[in-house]
Each structure stands twice: as structure tokens, then as C-alpha cells.
Design a protein around this ligand. Structure first.
Ligand code: SDX
Length: 428
């Protein structure tokens, strides 16, 4: 049997053989299917890209039916158990686990780039004290493009490498400064003697002590959470990163757009929406009424459902286990009881079962963040920090892919036919 698709156009009776490769046909192969010479040929119509591959990628593999997630072939469960975020970011960006020398050099490079230009700090001070940290994050990342003009040299390997170091290193500092600004506390400068996550905790929570004492359980919990959020193939924000980057703009401007996409409550903003939902439910007794309203279409069970996972999101399983370790230190988050009961009910309810809706990465992560002392508005920022590694890796893969060019999809025009201008005096 050949790897081809035989298509008969019943409008003309003509047959076409379309090659099948990697489970796809090339959309441009459909152009030959015409009814007349001046016919532009067939195209695919796929709103929200429900069944369209936009690229070939070697970075992340997901099997939604089996709940499988692998970065460069390594199972997420093993990375969460044995790796660190910086090591995983290296793997995602460069394709292989680093040797000890490579990891030491990578860590040194990142550590040396954690500080922000003082003018960036001044820029952030211009925001209202109650500005949403994600709005601050999106704006500040975009502003980086005005500070690092060499970033426009996107086809210069050395320049790209420098921007990669800057972005991975500086996003925790932006996040911490946005948090400290929102609570009126002074900025805490990076402490380069601490780990990536230890320094993040330092910049967030150090008060008057000279040296911040990192809690190893919380430090490790952040490592695991950052590993789990680092990449997820062609999700909405990564598609935005690739699409914006395809115009050959600098990576900071592209990432500002990606972060803006992540901000949405259907995507990375879902972890914030989950906590607001749990607070709105208030008690376990209110769950049946809430479920009834969701089933009536009066809102969604935030943190449930996924475009790809039609089984339990493997990241949610790991996060649920990590929550237990964190609560040992911070005390149990009372909202956990509501989340657990909500999950128990939803996993047996026909409405959710028939739509294959399971907890996703955002369902439990917010409970941990809240227990660690983060306000809900910081949750999407905590998603953006590690996803920076995925965004940049996917951006660079797009840039270096000879098959890629500026993204410009077609449309199906359903508007008015040609008509003449009507002078203002003649309009009713
Ligand atoms: C992330 O893509 C990624 O990889 C994203 C992500 C990543 O790492 O980058 O994994 C991170 O964004 C996780 C998802 C976080 N979002 C939420 O938790 C928000 C709640 N979930 C949804 O809104 C929804 O499930 C999506 C957006 C995640 C997926 O939407 P789809 O695939 O477009 O599904 P759909 O909206 O077409 O829903 C299919 C059906 C609909 O019912 P019917 O119209 O068929 O009757 O399922 C229903 C929806 O109403 N449905 C839900 C629901 N999610 C879908 N009903 C109630 N609660 C929900 N959460």
C-alpha cells in the first residue's frame, strides 16, 4: 500500500494522488484541485487550528490519549524527579542533557545575567501599585527590545545566545520586582550565591535579613513546577511566539506577544482563574450547585480540559504530589478539599467524562503558589518564567527551519460583494 491519498473531485470527476508524510498531507498539494484554470484551487479551513500541523519540531512530544509528555525524548516524570529547571531548560534549548562542564558554564552565564538595567527598574516603578503583574511582565519584556538593540541580529548565533541568557536569567527578576512593587516593598537584588529558584525566592521574600535563608522544600517545589511548565509544543502562546517571530522581529518583542497570549484565562491565566473559582465555590457543600451551573453552560470548570490531553494531564499528577510536600512546610491550603472533591465529582460525571475533561496543569498549581504566599495575580507570571525556555527554543527552531517563512494564513471571505461608495449625504 502506498503512502498516498487518492482524492476524487466530484465536481469534475478528476482524481488526485496526494503524498502522505508523518500522518499529514501538504495543504498546498490541494491547490491543484480546481474546477477551472482561474480557480485558485482548494485550501483547508481549520478555525483555531483544531487539526493542522504548522511546523516540524524536535523539542516536545505529547500523546494526548496516553497522557505522555517528553522533552527531547525524556519523560517529564523522570525530569521532574531527577533534573533541575536550568538543566531542563538547557535540554529544551540545545537538545541534549548537559555534561557537568556544560551545566556549570550554562549556570554561570545565567547567574551573570540576573540583574536588570536600572532604567528597567524605573520603568516598572511607573506602574500603578495594583497593576496586574502579568501586565507588568508583558510590558517589561517588550521594553527589553529597546535596551538590547543587538537582539535584532537574529541570524547571528552569538547574539541569539546572548539574548537567550538574558531572557532565561532576567524573567525571575522581572517577576520578583513586579511582585515587590505590588506590595510596596523595596526591590531585592539577585544573590548570585543561590540557585536559580533559591534566588527567585530571595528576590521575592527577603526582608531585612542580610542573607535570605532558602527553604529547600519550597526551592525544590519551584524546580519541579518550573520543569513541568517549561514547554508544551504548539500551545497558544508558543504559536504566538512562532507567528510573531516569523516576521523576523527581535525575540523580546516576540516574547512579549507570547506572554500576552499566555495571560488569557483559557491558557496560562487559568491557574489564577482556578483559585478565583475555588474561592467563589467557598465550601464543599456548594460544589453540586456549581457543577450544575457549569453543565448548564453558565461558565467553565477552570483547570479542567485540554485541547490535546484527553486523559489526565501528566503534569497535574506530579503537581498534586508536589502539593503534599509544600503543605508540610506551609500548612495545608483549605481550598485543597474543594479541589479534591470537585475532581472526584467531575471524574465520574457524564458531562465531563463524555467530553474527556480531566484536570490539567493549572488545576492544582495555584494551590501550591497560594500556600507559598503568592497572590493569585502572580500565578500566570509563575507560568511565564519557565515557559520562557520553551518559547525561545521554539522561536529559534522556527527561525532555523528552512521550511518556515512569514506566517500568513488564508481566509474564507464571507463579506459583502463589490459595491460603490455612498456619499454621506445619501446615507440613511
Ligand atoms: C493550558 O495547549 C496547551 O498545551 C496549553 C497548556 C500549556 O502547557 O501550554 O497545557 C496550558 O493552557 C492548559 C489549559 C488551561 N485552561 C483551562 O483550564 C480553562 C478551562 N478549559 C477550557 O476552556 C478548555 O478545556 C480548553 C481551552 C483548555 C480547551 O478547549 P478546546 O479544546 O477548544 O475545547 P472546547 O472549548 O471546544 O470544549 C469542548 C467541549 C465544549 O462543550 P460542547 O460545546 O461540546 O458542549 O468541552 C466543554 C466545552 O464547553 N469544555 C468545558 C471545559 N473545557 C471544555 N466545559 C466545562 N469546563 C471546562 N473546563
Amino acid at each position: 500500500m502506498a503512502d498516498t491519498l487518492t482524492v476524487t473531485d466530484n465536481r469534475t470527476g478528476k482524481q488526485y494522488e496526494l503524498p502522505i508524510k508523518d500522518g499529514t498531507i501538504r495543504a498546498t498539494d490541494l491547490r491543484q484541485i480546481k474546477t477551472a484554470d482561474d480557480d485558485g484551487g482548494l485550501a483547508t479551513y481549520d478555525p483555531a487550528f483544531m487539526n493542522t500541523a504548522a511546523c516540524r519540531s524536535r523539542i516536545t512530544y505529547i500523546d494526548g490519549e496516553k497522557g505522555v509528555l517528553e522533552y527531547r525524548g525524556y519523560p517529564i516524570e523522570q525530569l521532574a524527579e531527577q533534573s533541575t529547571y536550568l538543566e531542563t531548560a538547557y535540554l529544551i534549548l540545545f537538545g541534549e542533557l548537559p555534561t557537568s562542564e556544560q551545566l556549570a558554564d550554562w549556570t554561570k552565564q545565567i547567574t551573570l545575567h540576573t540583574m536588570l538595567h536600572e532604567n528597567i527598574k524605573k520603568l516598572m516603578e511607573g506602574f500603578q501599585y495594583d497593576a496586574h503583574p502579568m501586565g507588568v511582565f508583558v510590558s517589561t519584556v517588550g521594553a527589553f527590545s529597546t535596551f538590547y538593540r543587538d537582539a535584532k541580529q537574529i541570524f547571528d548565533d552569538h547574539s541569539r545566545q546572548k539574548q537567550i541568557h538574558r531572557l532565561i536569567a532576567k524573567v525571575p527578576t522581572i517577576a520578583a520586582y513586579a511582585f515587590r512593587h505590588s506590595i510596596g516593598r523595596p526591590y531585592v537584588y539577585p544573590d548570585n550565591e543561590l540557585s536559580f529558584t533559591g534566588n527567585f525566592l530571595n528576590m521575592l521574600f527577603r526582608m531585612t535579613e542580610l542573607k535570605y535563608q532558602v527553604n529547600p522544600v519550597l526551592e525544590r517545589a519551584l524546580e519541579v513546577l518550573f520543569i513541568l511548565h517549561a514547554d508544551h509544543e504548539q500551545n497558544c502562546s508558543t504559536s504566538a511566539m512562532r507567528g510573531i517571530g516569523s516576521s523576523h522581529v527581535d525575540p523580546y518583542s516576540a516574547m512579549a506577544g507570547a506572554a500576552a497570549a499566555l495571560y488569557g484565562p483559557l491558557h496560562g491565566g487559568a491557574n489564577e482563574a482556578v483559585l478565583r473559582m475555588l474561592k467563589e465555590i467557598g465550601t464543599v457543600d456548594n460544589i453540586p450547585g456549581f457543577i450544575k451551573r457549569v453543565k448548564a453552560g453558565e461558565g467553565r470548570l477552570m483547570g479542567f480540559g485540554h485541547r490535546v490531553y484527553k486523559s489526565y494531564d501528566p503534569r497535574a499528577k506530579i503537581i498534586k504530589r508536589t502539593a503534599d510536600a509544600v503543605f508540610e512546610v506551609t500548612g495545608r491550603n483549605p481550598l485543597l478539599d474543594i479541589a479534591l472533591e470537585l475532581e472526584r465529582i467531575a471524574l465520574q460525571d457524564e458531562y465531563f467524562v463524555s467530553r474527556r475533561l480531566y484536570p490539567n496543569v493549572d488545576f492544582y498549581s495555584g494551590l501550591i503558589y497560594q500556600a507559598m504566599g503568592f497572590p493569585v495575580t502572580m500565578f500566570p507570571v509563575l507560568f511565564a518564567i519557565p515557559r520562557t525556555a520553551g518559547w525561545i527554543a521554539q522561536w529559534e527552531e522556527m527561525l532555523l527551519d528552512p521550511e518556515q517563512k512569514i506566517a500568513r494564513p488564508k481566509q474564507v471571505y464571507v463579506g459583502h460583494g463589490r459595491r460603490d461608495y455612498v456619499p454621506l449625504s445619501n446615507r440613511s
